[in-house]
Design a protein. Structure first.
Length: 666
């Protein structure tokens, strides 16, 4: 596969891109320069999006991808077009793949796809009838897959900064296994082996004499088949989850740091907003209490003042009435005294005990005088009992004058209310400090990590169930006839035959990869230049491992390599897999130098890029491939050079010939 041209209209920073990237014989490199934010990564995304399509699910995502300079000036649609060549049955075919995206009248995104293969047109879109679309889409996907399957694209279209991530735990072995099984064509043999096993098991079931055993055997075969399908599905999900984890690890870490900072700011914003709300609540409470105070001002203010003014007089009245009441309680009533006196006078007269005549009236007056009792009336006798009690209640009344408290609240509120504009300004300033990133990815990434562990457990459980079923299948006693059955015997051998073919091919390819990697690592891995004795790939497709050994015999552990060395190792591996694989696509590398040091830069420029692929597209800043220092090393292998220039005012990227002002042979 060779890419001839990429066109992009209204896609992100490109208003109208039409770039010729065809290479000449023996000059496989296309060098494209640009400053950070100048459009290098977007060019990368244009080629990837043209091949496999853009993920646009709603109007917002469409607007995010639409060039800002096109809004209101151009038809609001995104067009990606890729011109490339590829071989089908050893015959070269010319392809033009076009994808167009726009919003329909309802505001929903729609897609149309057109593939021209030497004049044969395949076309489908959102509005295409389902059956017709499925047929046309299958043809387009088949052609793309024949040139570069999407699941393998990340090994040929990649960011050098992310290359080291492929060496993380459980990643490298998966990369090797995928490439050996997919890129190198072993999958078809593994599929044939599985098909042969299924046929053999079916035929075995037919040879069982006992019908019940046959039924049980077939049920076990079906269970095993479903479990294997489920295992394949789980492993695919696990691979996707691991790919997602690797691709988004750095972004997750950055977002996590940003989230911690923003959480602090957001908490402060909420605290400030709560403080403002509390001020308004205090104002409301103050107004309610003030209304209550005004409503009961007579009881709370006027009456206490009145009591204070008449307190002395009221106390005098109450004292007089109290003394009068006490005196009345302690004296005997005159009527009682008169009755007693009458009885006494009568007794004295009847018994001749009186020397002098005594009248009842005289005796009564005498008793009253001696007891001190008087019948004088008080000045306040006109007061009724209820009135006296009312005067007592007046003196004992406890009125709460809340005015001082209300006055203090008003002073505090006046100050707090004047502070509200300042608090609101602080809230706006803090909002501006928030980056506005979409932190949905944080939860998605953490859910994905949890899903990886869950899938690994499920896969282990399914494998265990398959082993149990296989043991049960082997317990069946197969009854063979006296007559030889060539078909049955052949089926019994097919599974092992295909596995043997795959293992033999693996062994041959493995030796080629090991030898090539050893040579390239001795040249490109500066930390171990010319001291690598061998590279070992295991021969087990189910459990592939990758090891490097020093000439002294010890293993060079991948986990102990620095970041730059890891990048070199993975790039050398990908080059070998590219060379010995069944596909021959172009290689496109963004941030080409990644984290390489000065020595590794020179080695990679001289020994890696020129021999990497039949077409190598390098996206570089002027600090990566430097003029006067690096460019001259690869100049003989360059077909074309371009520089991406970002126009901030027009919000678009222009493309000019030459590499930061230097053209070839200058």
């Amino acid at each position: 596969m060779l890419i001839k041209k990429i066109k992009a209209k209204n896609f992100k920073t490109y208003l109208n891109l039409d770039l010729d990237i065809a290479v000449e014989q023996d000059k496989p490199i296309i060098l494209i320069g640009g400053a950070n934010g100048g459009g290098k990564t977007t060019l990368f995304e244009s080629i990837y999006g043209a091949l496999y399509g853009l993920q646009i699910h709603n109007a917002r995502q469409f607007k995010e991808l639409l060039n800002a300079g096109a809004i209101g000036k151009e038809d609001e649609k995104i067009m990606l077009e890729l011109h490339f060549t590829g071989k089908v049955l050893n015959e070269e075919q010319q392809y033009v793949l076009t994808r167009i995206y726009m919003l329909n009248p309802s505001g929903n995104p729609v897609e149309s796809v057109k593939l021209n293969m030497n004049g044969t047109i395949f076309m489908y879109g959102t509005a295409t009838p389902p059956a017709q679309r499925a047929e046309q889409e299958a043809q387009v996907n088949k052609i793309i897959k024949a040139n570069l399957p999407q699941e393998l694209s990340r090994y040929f279209l990649f960011d050098a900064m992310e290359a080291g991530n492929l060496l993380k735990e459980d990643q490298l072995n998966r990369v090797i296994r995928e490439n050996i099984e997919n890129v190198m064509g072993f999958n078809k043999y593994m599929q044939m082996s599985k098909s042969a096993e299924t046929l053999f098991q079916t035929y075995t079931a037919q040879r069982l004499n006992i019908e019940n055993e046959k039924k049980e055997y077939l049920e076990l075969v079906e269970q095993k088949k479903k479990l294997q399908e489920h295992q394949t599905s789980l492993e695919t999900q696990l691979q996707d989850a691991l790919q997602y984890s690797v691709a988004n690890k750095e972004l997750y870490d950055n977002l996590k740091i940003g989230l911690n900072e923003e959480t602090t700011i957001k908490n402060k914003i909420e605290q400030t907003k709560t403080h403002i709300e509390n001020i308004y609540k205090k104002e409301t409470i103050f107004r309610d209490e003030l209304d209550e105070f005004v409503k009961d001002i007579e009881l709370n203010v006027c009456v206490p003042k009145l009591v204070e003014a008449v307190k002395t007089e009221v106390n005098l009245i109450l004292k007089t009435k109290n003394e009068q009441e006490q005196q009345q309680n302690s004296n005997i009533a005159p009527e009682q005294i008169e009755a007693i006196s009458t009885s006494i006078v009568q007794y004295l007269s009847e018994n001749n005990l009186v020397l002098k005549a005594v009248t009842v009236e005289e005796l009564v007056d005498y008793v009253i005088a001696k007891s001190g009792q008087t019948n004088e009336k008080s000045l306040y006798d006109f007061l009724e009992f209820s009135e006296v009690k009312a005067l007592e209640g007046l003196l004992n009344m406890r009125a709460a004058n809340t005015f001082p408290s209300l006055n203090q609240q008003q002073v505090e509120l006046n100050f707090s209310i004047t502070q509200i504009p300042l608090f609101e300004s602080q809230v706006e300033q803090m909002k501006q400090q928030i980056t506005g990133r979409d932190y949905v990815l944080l939860k998605a990434y953490e859910d994905n990590e949890s899903n990886i562990k869950k899938l690994e457990i499920q896969i282990a459980e399914v494998k265990g169930e398959i082993i149990k079923i296989e043991k049960r299948l082997h317990q069946f006693d197969i009854q063979t006839s006296q007559e030889p059955d060539p078909k049955y015997e052949a089926l019994g051998k097919l599974k092992g035959f295909f596995e043997d073919v795959a293992n033999r091919l693996l062994k041959i390819k493995k030796q080629q990869i090991e030898l090539k990697m050893k040579q390239d690592l001795n040249i490109n891995l500066s930390a171990y230049h010319d001291v690598i004795d061998r590279v070992e790939l295991s021969e087990n497709l189910k459990d592939l491992t990758f090891k490097i050994y020093h000439k002294k015999g010890n293993e060079i552990y991948l986990s102990q390599l620095n970041t730059a060395s890891k990048q070199v190792v993975i790039q050398v591996l990908l080059k070998s897999l590219h060379e010995f694989g069944d596909y021959d696509p172009p290689v496109m590398i963004d941030t080409v130098m990644g984290v390489l040091d000065e020595t590794s830069r020179a080695i990679v420029l001289e020994n890696y890029f020129p021999d990497l692929s039949q077409q190598t597209i390098l996206l570089s800043s002027d600090s990566e491939i430097r003029i006067g220092k690096d460019l001259e090393k690869i100049e003989p292998f360059i077909s074309k050079t371009y520089t991406l220039q970002r126009d901030k005012e027009k919000q678009l990227t222009d493309v000019v010939k030459g590499y930061f002002g230097v053209t070839l042979n200058d």
